[in-house]
Design a protein around this ligand. Structure first.
Ligand code: SF4
Length: 229
C-alpha cells in the first residue's frame, strides 16, 4: 500500500483515481437533474475535506449523485449535507449552517469529513470489492489525521468500513454492533461512534432528528474535545 505524507497527496490521488470500472462509468454517466441544468457536474472521485488538525473524523458512505458528484465536495449541495451541516454548526463544528458548493466559505472547526467510498455508487451500494479498493485512501486519511480522538460513522455501511479499518490495524472488533449512539473504544485509535445516516429517508421519517444528531455531537465533543486542550 502506498504511504502518503500529507492529506493533499491523498486528495490528489483520489481525484485522479479510476480503479473501479463500474463506478467510473456510473459517476461519469449520471444524468443532470433538471434543477441543475447548465451546471457542470464534477463526475470524479470526491476527496475528504476539513480541518487537518481535526479531533473528530466524520465518515459517510459515498458521495451522492447530485450532491458530491455534482459539487466535488462530500455532503455538499444536497439534503443530507444541509441536515449534517446545520447539526455541525449547532454543535460548534462548522462556521456556517450550509454546505452549498466548493468555495462557499464553509470551514469545519476541529472536524474532517470523508467517505468510505469516494465515488458515487449505483443505488448507494458499493460492492465489497469497491469498498476494499477504496480502503487505502480511508486508511491513509485516518493515519494522517493524527490528532483525531473520535470517528463518527454515518450509517451502518460507513460504520462497518471504520470497523474494517480498526481490524486492519490489528484490533479485535468482535461483538461490535451498529446502533445509533453506540460507541466503541480501541487502544491507540479514535473511539468509534455510530449514527444513523442523515439521508432524507431517515430525516423525513424522524428516524434521525436534528436533536438526536446534535446531542450525539455534543456528547462526543464533551468526551474528546476538551481532552486535547
Ligand atoms: Fe478509486 Fe475509490 Fe473511486 Fe474506486 S471508489 S475509483 S478506488 S476513488
Amino acid at each position: 500500500m502506498k504511504r502518503y505524507g500529507t492529506l493533499r497527496q491523498v486528495s490528489d490521488d483520489v481525484v485522479g483515481c479510476r480503479l473501479c470500472p463500474r463506478l467510473v462509468d456510473f459517476r461519469e454517466g449520471v444524468r443532470v437533474r433538471r434543477a441543475f441544468e447548465g451546471q457542470e457536474y464534477w463526475r470524479r472521485p470526491v476527496p475528504g475535506f476539513g480541518d487537518p488538525d481535526a479531533w473528530l473524523v466524520i465518515i459517510g458512505l459515498a458521495p451522492a449523485a447530485h450532491g458530491g458528484n455534482r459539487t466535488g465536495r462530500v455532503f455538499t449541495g444536497d439534503e443530507s449535507g444541509r441536515f449534517l451541516m446545520e447539526a455541525l454548526h449547532e454543535a460548534g463544528l462548522a462556521n456556517k449552517p450550509a454546505s452549498v458548493y466548493r468555495g462557499d466559505g464553509l470551514r469545519l472547526e476541529g472536524c474532517y469529513i470523508t467517505a468510505a467510498v469516494k465515488c458515487v455508487p449505483p443505488d448507494n451500494k458499493p460492492t465489497p470489492e469497491e469498498f476494499l479498493a477504496c480502503s487505502g485512501y480511508l486508511d491513509a486519511e485516518l493515519r494522517l489525521l493524527g490528532n483525531a480522538r473520535a470517528a463518527l460513522a454515518l450509517g451502518q455501511m460507513a460504520f462497518r468500513s471504520y470497523m474494517d479499518y480498526v481490524r486492519r490495524a490489528g484490533k479485535d472488533v468482535r461483538g461490535v454492533r451498529f446502533a445509533h449512539g453506540a460507541s466503541y473504544r480501541t487502544d491507540g485509535l479514535p473511539v468509534a461512534y455510530a449514527s444513523y445516516h442523515p439521508t432524507p429517508r431517515n430525516t423525513y421519517t424522524k428516524k434521525l432528528t436534528k436533536k438526536m444528531l446534535v446531542d450525539l455531537l455534543h456528547r462526543i465533543k464533551a468526551a474528546h474535545c476538551s481532552a486535547i486542550g
